[in-house]
Structure formats: structure tokens, C-alpha cells
Design a protein around this ligand. Structure first.
Ligand code: PAF
Length: 294
């Protein structure tokens, strides 16, 4: 496995590669990321994983400085998973106008309006930052390649996956986006790099978010289509359990618009902060897809 730090060396190395499977990450890799790598391997001869904590997608009060950086352990996991190339660029490599303080990225991808709801309602320019860095990474990785090109994203960040698919479509990018299933602990807690912020006590109740979403899924499957009431009920339940709820939302999984009575393919999404008096808040997200057949 090669570890490459610069754009020019990566482009040289990937010149005329037969097919590339790309998995963009911010590192602190867990079994969920490794499943994405394995999925990429099924679709391409050469698997490239990027590890880059992208400053542009973090808000001013978010966890950029504390975001877990575990490069050595990440590389060991990737080697064991059969990854061919790890791309670990510096901030200056991805943001050429970076002056040591300011990124200097005055041009960005403006994501579609769906980026302003759900996670985007509180993380204001988050998806513009994600779309911009992903566009840059696509331009770097797929610069000189012979198609087919695939890129793999996890379904845990369903809104991100949706926006990236839209970007690929609207910008005519010759890249197939493949979605990887969410990997969970036995408690059903979705794996996330941010789970490393959880204390032992928080970890024991962190699956309550998933349970709240699952309860909605069960009720919808049993014929309850009062979506607003179901959302409110789940949010109230989580608040009583000590969570600060960001959103609980039942949507169409094909359009990501609020679910209508006619929609068959649904997704129940949630984001909430688990609160601990001594260790502060950790924001978790999760979602469950469901198909109504009647
Ligand atoms: O999902 C992530 O880890 C990040 O948002 C991504 C896609 C690597 C862009 O920085």
C-alpha cells in the first residue's frame, strides 16, 4: 500500500489506471469505513482512500481542532483491508490559497436547497464545504483515469450521500456513486468517528436515538401514517431521556422531501445531542430506511 501526500504524485501514480474505486474519509477509521473499502474493491482494480479532515465543512464552534486524528492506526487498518493507495494531503495541498490561517477558498460549490434542512439547518455551510472538498478530491483522483470510476459513501450520512449524488448528476461527472450500508454495534448504535467522544455512561444510552427511529419505523409499518405526530412523539421521548433533539424527520428516501401519504420508500432520520453533565454534548445522527408495501 502506498501513502501519498501530494496532488501531483497521486495524479502521476494514478495515470491511466484501469479502474479506480475511491473512498473519501476524514480518518479515525472504524469497521464502517472498512466496509466501504471492501465495497470499492468489488467495483474497481485500484482502491484509493483519502484521509483529510476538511476545515471547510466545520462551523466556527464545531470540533475541527479536536476531531480525532489517528493516521498510523488508520493506515494499518487500510493495509489489512487491501487498500492500494492512501492519500493524506495537507490543508495547503487541498486549498492552494491557504496562507497558514485562512483557507482562501473564495469559490465553492453551492449545494441544492435540500442542504439547508435536517443537518444543514444547524450546520449552516456544512454541505457547501463537503461538496467543495469532494469535488476537489474527485478532480484529483479521477484526473487522468480510464473509466469506470466509482466512489463509495456511507448511508449513515444519508443527506451527504444524497447531495453528492445530485452534484455528480448536475455537473455531469463520469463517476458512479455507490452507497455502503451503515455498520452498527450489537446495541444498534451506528458506528461513527464521533462515538470516540462518548463516555462509558453515554455509550450505554447512545442507542436510544436508534430505538426512537426504530419505534417510528414499527408504527409506520403497522399502518400509522400520522408522520408529524410520530416525529413529535419520538422527539419528546428522547428529550425525556435527556437528549437535546436537533430533528426527527420522516422523509421520502428518493427525494428527501417530507414524506407524503403516497410515498412508499421512506427514511426516518434523526440527529440529537447526548448530554452528560460532566463531559458535555456529543451530536449523533442515524437513519433507517423502510419500504411500505400494501
Ligand atoms: O463523510 C465524511 O467523512 C466527509 O464528509 C467527507 C465525505 C470525507 C468529506 O470531507
Amino acid at each position: 500500500m502506498q501513502i501519498i501526500q501530494t496532488v501531483s504524485e497521486l495524479r502521476k501514480t494514478l495515470k491511466s489506471q484501469a479502474s479506480i474505486g475511491f473512498v473519501p474519509t476524514m480518518g479515525n477509521l472504524h469497521a464502517g469505513h472498512i466496509c466501504l473499502v471492501e465495497l470499492a474493491k468489488q467495483h474497481a482494480q485500484c482502491v484509493v482512500v483519502s484521509i483529510f479532515v476538511n476545515p471547510l465543512q466545520f462551523g466556527p464552534n464545531e470540533d475541527l481542532a479536536n476531531y480525532p486524528r489517528t493516521l498510523e492506526a488508520d493506515c494499518e487498518k487500510l493495509k489489512a483491508a487491501g487498500c492500494d493507495i492512501v492519500f493524506t494531503p495537507s490543508v495547503a495541498e487541498i486549498y492552494p490559497a491557504f496562507d497558514g490561517k485562512t483557507l482562501g477558498q473564495t469559490m465553492t460549490i453551492q449545494p441544492p436547497p435540500i442542504a439547508n434542512v435536517l443537518c444543514g439547518a444547524t450546520r449552516l455551510s456544512h454541505f457547501a464545504g463537503v461538496a467543495t472538498v469532494v469535488m476537489k478530491l474527485f478532480n484529483i483522483v479521477f484526473y487522468n483515469t480510464v473509466q469506470p470510476n466509482v466512489a463509495v459513501f456511507g448511508k449513515k450520512d444519508f443527506q451527504q450521500l444524497f447531495i453528492i449524488k445530485e452534484m455528480v448528476k448536475q455537473f455531469n461527472l463520469p463517476i458512479e456513486i455507490i452507497a455502503g450500508e451503515t455498520v452498527r454495534e450489537t446495541s444498534n448504535l451506528a458506528l461513527s468517528s464521533r462515538n470516540s467522544y462518548l463516555t462509558d455512561v453515554q455509550r450505554t444510552s447512545a442507542n436510544q436515538l436508534n430505538s426512537a427511529l426504530q419505534s417510528i419505523v414499527n408504527q409506520v409499518k403497522n399502518g400509522n401514517k400520522d408522520f408529524v405526530q410520530l416525529e413529535q412523539q419520538a422527539a419528546t421521548q428522547l428529550s425525556k431521556q435527556g437528549w437535546e433533539v436537533d430533528y426527527i424527520s420522516i422523509r421520502s428516501s428518493t427525494t428527501l422531501q417530507p414524506a407524503s401519504q403516497r410515498d412508499k420508500d421512506l427514511i426516518v432520520l434523526g440527529a440529537a445531542k447526548i448530554i452528560n453533565k460532566t463531559s458535555g454534548k456529543t451530536r449523533l445522527i442515524d437513519n433507517i430506511e423502510l419500504c411500505i408495501t400494501d
